[in-house]
Ligand binder design. Structure first.
Ligand code: PHB
Length: 398
């Protein structure tokens, strides 16, 4: 019997050792969907690079033996069917602990029901239409909403201009930008002379901008997705002479996204935007982030707001992993995400509103100026402190 006992205890000890090993080698999987192809292909790499930089700097904060793996997928742009299929595969086949990333609203909306069915926490790092977070209790958004920037922008503009025109991409965030700006502007005495909605995936904006020019507004508010689309607007605005005609161009920060400023050139000078972050923001945490980024990625030395969404999103995910020592329960994760706070984000103090699971943050009034020989979104004023999504606040009151 003695040998058998020895065998048994050895097996038991081996089993325990294996279990201990499994516990020690815990890997948290993040299904990370973003955009590497199509018109806005430039945005995905910024999002991913911020996540990788965060992971590199914070690997030391993880509980012993816990690793984080990003499983990266390309949705190719605003493409809800593709995003849904990718999310399904990530949930069922890869058994991810989180879904994260996502530039485009239609993609986030298509993924939302899956996150609710499968109970997979989904940390949205860009998609910015207000309604998204209401579509699943497993969504927390760390990016922004168009209402957060465009509503205060409308209030600000009403003090300076009488007649405004709005031009937006014809989908969720564009509709929100139009509604939010118009409300802020008209509630404070401004008049919307006309509005136009343009196809999302289009660089040919000349016919629309010609119509704007012909109606001679004082100010034009534009929302188009950041990146190459925003640069196209800026160029056409200039080429058609709207700038020379004295029409002031304003919008959410998407239209002067930091990494595109060199491509936009001096056309962008003087453009006023409201946003939650700028590469030129002089908060120490921002300066450190921008310097670390430049060092890590000298080929794309200026980060952008999708990078910041991803950076803060990874911080929220890491807090949930650390608090649970790598053994994740989706409901516990959501509780942790709902009480997430960072007084020292590169964008300033941020938190998640536990009631709506949406980001609460400062909004800055910025102007494109030349700083040290380069175009920059200079933050001139904190136009709103700890701003909750105004769309949700307004609808709550009804
Ligand atoms: C969105 O689809 O929600 C979206 C995309 C690009 C932006 C902002 C919002 O710049």
């Amino acid at each position: 019997m003695k040998p058998r006992k020895t065998w048994l205890s050895a097996a038991l000890a081996g089993g325990l050792a294996l279990a201990a090993l499994a516990a020690a080698a815990q890997t948290v999987k993040i299904g990370y969907i973003t955009t590497y192809t199509g018109l806005n292909a430039n945005l995905g790499p910024y999002m991913e690079r911020a996540a990788r930089l965060y992971m590199k700097q914070h690997a030391k904060d993880l509980p012993p033996g816990v690793k984080v793996e990003l499983i990266i997928r390309d949705d190719g742009g605003p493409n809800p069917d593709k995003a849904k299929q990718l999310a399904q595969e990530l949930i069922v086949r890869d058994k991810v602990d989180f879904l994260a990333g996502v530039i485009f609203t239609p993609n986030a909306l298509a993924m939302a029901p899956l996150t609710a069915e499968a109970k997979v926490p989904f940390v949205i790092m860009n998609a910015a239409t207000s309604v998204i977070t209401t579509r699943s209790p497993y969504i927390a958004r760390v990016s922004f909403t168009l209402w957060q920037s465009c509503h205060p922008l409308g209030q600000w503009a009403a003090k300076r201009f009488k007649r405004a025109y709005t031009l937006v991409s014809d989908y969720g965030p564009g509709h929100d930008a139009e509604d939010a700006f118009s409300k802020g502007f008209t509630d404070n005495g401004g008049q919307i002379v006309d509005k136009v909605r343009v196809p999302v995936v289009s660089l040919d904006l000349a016919p629309y901008l010609q119509r704007v020019k012909d109606s001679k507004p004082d100010v034009l508010m534009v929302f188009v997705p950041a990146g190459k689309t925003a640069t196209a607007v800026m160029k056409t605005f200039n080429d058609l002479g709207l700038k020379d005609a004295g029409i002031k161009l304003i919008g959410p920060g998407d239209i002067t996204t930091d990494e595109e400023l060199p491509a936009m050139g001096n056309v962008a000078l003087g453009v006023i935007t409201v946003f939650h972050w700028s590469a030129a923001g002089d908060r120490p945490a921002n300066k450190a982030f921008v310097a670390d980024w430049e060092k890590e990625y000298p080929d794309t030395p200026i980060p952008n707001f999708v990078a910041i969404g991803s950076w803060d999103g990874m911080d929220a995910i890491y807090k949930a992993i650390i608090a649970q020592k790598g053994r994740l329960n989706p409901d516990k994760t959501m509780e942790i995400l709902k009480s997430y706070k960072n007084p020292n984000s590169p964008r300033g103090p941020i938190s998640i509103d536990p009631e709506t699971r949406d980001i609460v943050q400062n909004e800055y009034l910025r102007e494109v100026r030349i700083v040290g020989g380069q175009l920059a979104n200079v933050e001139i004023e904190t136009i709103g402190k700890a701003v909750k999504d105004p769309w949700k606040e307004i609808n709550k009151k009804k």
